[in-house]
Design a protein around this ligand. Sequence first.
Ligand code: UD1
Ligand code: MG
Length: 449
Amino acid sequence: MRSLLVIVLAAGEGTRMRSDRPKVLHALAGRTMLSHVLDTAMQAGAAHLAVVVGPGHDAVAAEARRTAPEAEVFVQAERRGTADAVLAARAAIERGFDDVVVMYGDTPLVRPATLTGLRTPLADGAGVAVLGFRPADPTGYGRLLTSGGELFAIREEEDATAEEKAIGLCNAGLMAFDGRLALDLFGRIGNANAKGEFYLTDAVEIARTLGRRAGFHEAAVAEVAGVNSRLQLAAAEALMQTRLRRAALGGGATLVAPETVFFSYDTKVGRDVVIEPHVVFGLNVRVEDGATVRSFTHMEGARIGPGAIVGPFARLRPGADLGKDVHVGNFVEIKASELSAGVKVNHLSYVGDTSVGERTNVGAGTITCNYDGFRKHRTVIGADSFIGTNTLLVAPVSVGERAYIGTGSVITDDVPPDALAIARARQVNKPGLAARLRERLSAGLLPKK
Ligand code: UD1
Ligand code: MG
């Protein structure tokens, strides 16, 4: 096992995003690009992580530490090119690693296996290895000058001859270096080129002059797509969603119209789950085996137990915990509430800060009044109870097991087990009054307005 240091370059300003937020903090599938890249590095077995940020990019540093608490953050004082950026992390390289891999914070779709592939030439004795790809339009990328499996140089667009520009194999940006050679290589890189920048890519030719081979590994275009604009961010999101949909399908879920279902990077979907068209998964949702999520449902921070049915048009908010075979129907919102096995909340309800015992039926239009304008309060409903239609449960309040609440009640006091509670004004019928009022109106005895 060769030890691995991954250096993530994230010092770019991201001007083309037209954003107040640093580019690498824009999100794909609910997670920042920087976090995706660091996670890939960790999955690929990085022993150490270094992140190079721009001056004043404290939010980027904080996000790096949030994702990878052990990551070391370095500041590149001035934007002088990719080699200069990598040298900002000199202290990390000096710790001594077998392999040093450079990744870009704005290239979030790379898979861990691709990093492993990129490192293979190093294990075979190469001093440098480069990730190559064949974009539909190579304009703007560095071209790989190769022969057989060997790499001779990387030529930046600005410095390339017409003949070199015709080469389709390009530099994706990820590079791997023999850790013992790395600092020597980087130290020899100059800036005598069209842009006057220190090009990391020059390391290929320098390694060769030092008698070391350079190799390359080819990756799929979709994996190395970089993000420089909102348009490219949307394109990367689409690629990420395709990947997440395939993972759900591969895990044994049915997606009736996969292209209309949107996942978060951490969504967990079990076997024999059915997801109907037009469903959105926010962060931290788990759908257990055999559950069904019907159309136009939005979820975040929720667990959907085995066999449960949610939607259509349901909203599950953080802390919604649905047990086995629970039914949550149309226009129902659940927040911070545990619904035990077999509970039904089928229509037009709000259940918040509540626990509901097994098999209880919550009628249409039930609202838990959990907020008094100052604080949130809990509602506790026992098992096998029945909450009549259009009930208001004014928290804090509890309803005992097997209790029955009459339709239209405003429940402000605890209801004991097995009790029937009705809390609404009594109805009054006044025979003939409607007819008499109508007669007076037509006789002009009542004001019209
Ligand atoms: C680079 C490569 C090019 C490759 C392309 C792939 C070099 C010299 N060229 O070109 O061969 O085809 O990426 O996208 O490496 N960065 C810093 N500090 C700097 C300069 C850059 O952190 O001083 C970061 C950027 O934020 C970015 C990455 O390094 O994430 C690449 O820099 P960029 O300027 O986009 O390089 P390209 O010209 O695209
Ligand atoms: Mg670029």
